[in-house]
Design a protein around this ligand. Structure first.
Ligand SMILES: Nc1nc2c(c(=O)[nH]1)N[C@H]1C(S)=C(S)[C@@H](COP(=O)(O)OP(=O)(O)OC[C@H]3O[C@@H](n4cnc5c(=O)[nH]c(N)nc54)[C@H](O)[C@@H]3O)O[C@H]1N2
Ligand SMILES: Nc1nc2c(c(=O)[nH]1)N[C@H]1C(S)=C(S)[C@@H](COP(=O)(O)OP(=O)(O)OC[C@H]3O[C@@H](n4cnc5c(=O)[nH]c(N)nc54)[C@H](O)[C@@H]3O)O[C@H]1N2
Ligand SMILES: [Mo]
Length: 734
């Protein structure tokens, strides 16, 4: 129903011929031979935005895709239900197909959207950008990309040449970068682990199988079959936990205590790798002294994990080589998130399972390109500019989150409403912007309304996010764009797309075109996404777009260093080529000199979560992933998935349900100190232990769980909101 309402709002004032019409009309191709021709195309799925993306092969007739399939030559090619249903999104009659501007004042219930030409959109936007820069300086124009990862290289380049350091993304609001901070503090570089044929013990750190590409699960099952043992550390009894030889189920946010408890056993029983610790690590004595109080019994008290299991798990872990997977974001979504993650990551360090066969791999991708970089080459974004002192010193997050500021080239935008109120930000340029990423989303929506000017590019009109902006631009979807290419280690997949429907345009094309108007066209590849991709590919000898496109359906390869082990001995882990790691001490750090430099505790200490009380007596894991839900999307976008679940569903343990007289399928109300009631359907399930509930965020209106959260409680190291920490009450709806 909401879908139709939105549609009607959009249609208001739009001539019928403008084309927000029903499906059969706009998938009609032009008549003639072209329309009859069948051909094979190649696309990347962006449904859940995990990186690297899964490949899709499709069959089209004219410009209409008839059917999709796994792109078998692509390293990630097992589509999941979200991927299989993306044609519903592509041909969804509610898609945004034309640029729109508001005609009613901000704050009006109906913005009065009318269709405008691209010329008018570009003219208005670029004039506002230039005016704002002249009056208030470039940084007053904020650039932002939500979860969609694909627009980022082009948008960051636009911000750079425009001269604004106010560039943030979903990763700087609250995604995986908090975990990456932990990796970088401990190891000197990001590393999310990995399994290999020689791995004997594998730790799964809070990683949900439903959040991963399908081959992740296949790898785990294969490892299990060949005798690798699994220690799963997850607060819930997940599908992955069913694989576990030992499942450690700490209460949410207590992982630093659990890691300290495991570490103490390894030290006391002399199971750790003394030589490695002495030679390659920093701050061990301090940490060993710190973990002294984490006896198995004390650790049990803090975490809820039985003392006996802690001892067993530590002993099993010592029978390596061992590795881990941290392909998760969840650990970083509480107020001790970065330190909880850091503490877990020290478990392979103390054992010396670093860059050895069967241990934690430190792979080297093509020079300059991260392992899965989507065209995010340092030259594309001009990384040197972002990291220069002149730029760093200007950033609005400098005093707010100093460690984040030091480590990242993206601003932490969580105080965006305060920046607007204080006159720091005047204009907003958004790609895939969703206010429901944040606790208390209304605050962000209202801030939008107070700006001089705001625009956003999206697949759909979303009232929550777009109601208070000035212009909305229609983004071409994954099947309709060239940029960016997919990167899988050294493997690169270029695409062969259909033409965009209506007047939708690629995100890269939009960003590059704006760049051409405000700056020199040669800095923006004349507005051509393929030329922009080619610029990145040509950084590698013998590589270019045309050559790679000719090889389709095969994926191509960029030159990359040969895999090698123990690179810390040979200088392969540091930019200066010296032995050791890329940290301040040059070693793996139990005590982080970088964190200490900014006044934080150098050790990954344990800090208790916001306390439960008699009223708010359940912790709320507000956003565990499900196979058919992605964030705020995949509801009405891919209606097939709505058939599986059509409203917010929380899971509650049978014992907790019984105490509250709640039965399977009941409608319940959730409240917190910060908001509610929020309405949900109860599922009585042992997936969650007593003491907590879980559910999905991204539902709207009275099911919007972000309204239960607070903006004021964050992880001080990352600035991340605490999505998984707030205590709630749950009661059957009267
Ligand atoms: N409570 C709670 N909050 C959370 C989390 C949680 O677990 N719990 N998770 C956090 C995490 S990890 C993340 S990643 C964020 C999610 O980050 P969000 O940015 O909130 O992600 P989405 O809900 O997917 O919204 C993305 C928007 O971009 C649009 N879009 C999608 N693809 C494209 C594209 O290619 N181009 C353009 N122009 N637009 C596009 C979509 O239509 C949608 O409107 O939420 C964070 N917030
Ligand atoms: N289907 C689907 N897939 C997705 C997404 C999606 O929305 N839907 N989003 C994508 C994005 S942007 C991201 S960032 C990833 C997220 O991927 P994940 O982080 O792997 O997914 P989650 O389900 O949020 O959390 C993983 C596990 O962490 C556990 N957990 C939560 N808090 C704690 C804690 O404090 N300690 C311990 N030990 N365990 C804890 C939860 O029980 C859960 O099983 O998924 C990506 N893939
Ligand atoms: Mo994320």
């Amino acid at each position: 129903m909401t879908v139709n309402l939105k549609r009607r709002t959009l249609l208001k004032g739009v001539p019928a011929a403008a084309g927000l019409t029903s499906l059969p009309l706009f998938v009609q191709a032009a008549p003639g031979a072209e329309a009859e021709k069948t051909w094979t195309g190649f696309a990347l799925c962006d449904s859940c935005n995990h990186v690297p993306a899964c490949g899709i092969r499709f069959e089209a007739k004219g410009n209409v895709i008839q059917r999709i399939d796994n792109w078998k030559e692509n390293p990630n090619h097992w589509l999941c239900p979200k991927g299989w249903s993306t044609l519903q999104r592509l041909y969804n009659p509610n898609r945004l197909l034309y640029p729109m501007k508001r005609t009613n004042p901000k704050g009006a219930a109906d913005p009065g959207w009318v269709r405008i030409s691209w010329d008018e959109a570009y003219r208005t936007i670029t004039q506002k950008m230039l005016e704002t820069r002249t009056r208030y300086g470039a940084d007053a124009v904020m650039f932002y990309c939500g979860d969609p990862k694909e627009p980022r290289p082009a948008v960051q380049r636009l911000a750079r040449y425009f001269g604004s350091v106010t560039y943030g993304t979903e990763s700087s609001v609250g995604c995986r970068s908090g975990c990456m901070m932990a990796e970088q503090l401990d190891f000197g570089q990001p590393n999310l682990g990995g399994i290999s044929a020689e791995t004997k013990v594998f730790m799964v750190f809070a990683t949900n199988v439903w959040a991963q590409p399908a081959n992740w699960w296949q790898q785990l099952v294969a490892a299990k079959e060949r005798g690798c043992r699994f220690i799963v550390i997850d607060s819930r009894r997940t599908k992955t936990a069913e694989l576990a030889d030992i499942h450690l189920q700490p209460r949410i946010g207590t992982d630093a205590a659990l890691a300290a408890g495991l570490m103490r056993v390894l030290i006391k029983e002399g199971l750790y790798n003394r030589d490695f610790v002495e030679k390659w690590t920093h701050g061990f004595e301090k940490y060993a002294a710190y973990v002294e109080r984490f006896t198995p019994e004390y650790t049990e008290k803090e975490t809820g994990v039985p003392a006996k299991l802690i001892v067993e798990a530590a002993r099993m872990w010592a029978q390596g080589p061992g590795s881990f997977t941290l392909t998760t974001q969840s650990l970083s979504h509480n107020s001790n998130g970065v330190n909880n993650t850091r503490a877990l990551l020290l478990l392979p360090v103390i054992m010396g399972y670093i860059d050895i066969p069967g241990g934690v791999p430190f792979m080297k991708g093509p020079k300059g390109l991260g392992m899965a970089a989507y065209g995010l080459h340092p030259k594309m974004i001009d990384a040197a500019w972002w990291n220069a002192k002149a730029q760093k010193d200007r950033r609005f997050d400098l005093a707010e989150v100093p460690l984040w500021h030091d480590m990242k080239d993206q601003v932490s935008p969580n105080n965006f409403p305060e920046w607007v109120a204080g006159g720091k930000v005047k204009m907003f340029c958004g790609w895939g912007f969703n206010v429901n990423i944040w606790p208390q989303p209304d605050v962000y929506n209202e801030a939008m309304g107070k700006l001089d000017f705001a625009f956003s590019c999206d697949y759909f009109y979303r009232a929550d996010s777009h109601r208070n902006i000035d212009i909305i631009l229609p983004a071409a979807m994954n099947y309709e764009r060239y940029a960016p290419f997919g990167a899988y280690g050294p493997n690169v997949a270029v695409r062969k797309p259909v033409k965009p429907l209506g007047e939708a345009k690629e995100d890269w094309r939009i960003a590059l075109k704006i760049g051409c108007i405000i700056d020199k066209p040669e800095n923006f590849f004349d507005g051509d996404p393929v030329k922009a991709c080619d610029f990145v590919l040509r950084q590698y000898e013998g590589c270019d777009w045309a050559g790679f496109a000719a090889k389709l359906p095969a994926v191509s390869r960029l030159p990359a260093p040969k895999p090698a082990f123990r690179k810390y001995e040979t200088g392969g882990m540091r930019p200066d080529g010296k032995p050791g790691f890329n940290t301040i001490s040059g070693k793996l750090e139990f005590f982080s000199e970088r964190a200490a430099k900014f006044g934080y505790d150098g050790l990954p200490v344990y800090k208790p979560m916001m306390p439960l009380d008699d009223t708010y007596n359940l912790r709320f894991l507000n956003g565990s992933r499900k196979p058919y839900i992605t964030h705020s999307k995949t509801r009405t976008d891919q209606p097939y998935l709505m058939e599986i679940e059509d409203r917010l569903t929380i899971r509650i343990h049978p014992s907790e349900a019984e105490k509250r007289g709640i039965r399977e399928g009941d409608t319940v109300e959730i409240r917190s100190r910060f908001g509610g009631p929020i309405e949900a359907r109860a599922e009585v399930s042992i997936i969650v232990p007593p003491g907590m509930i879980d559910g999905q965020y991204g539902w709207l209106g009275k099911m919007n769980t972000q309204k239960l959260m607070t903006r004021d409680h964050r992880d001080p190291l990352s600035g991340y909101p605490c999505y998984f920490e707030v205590p709630v009450s749950v009661a059957k709806k009267a």
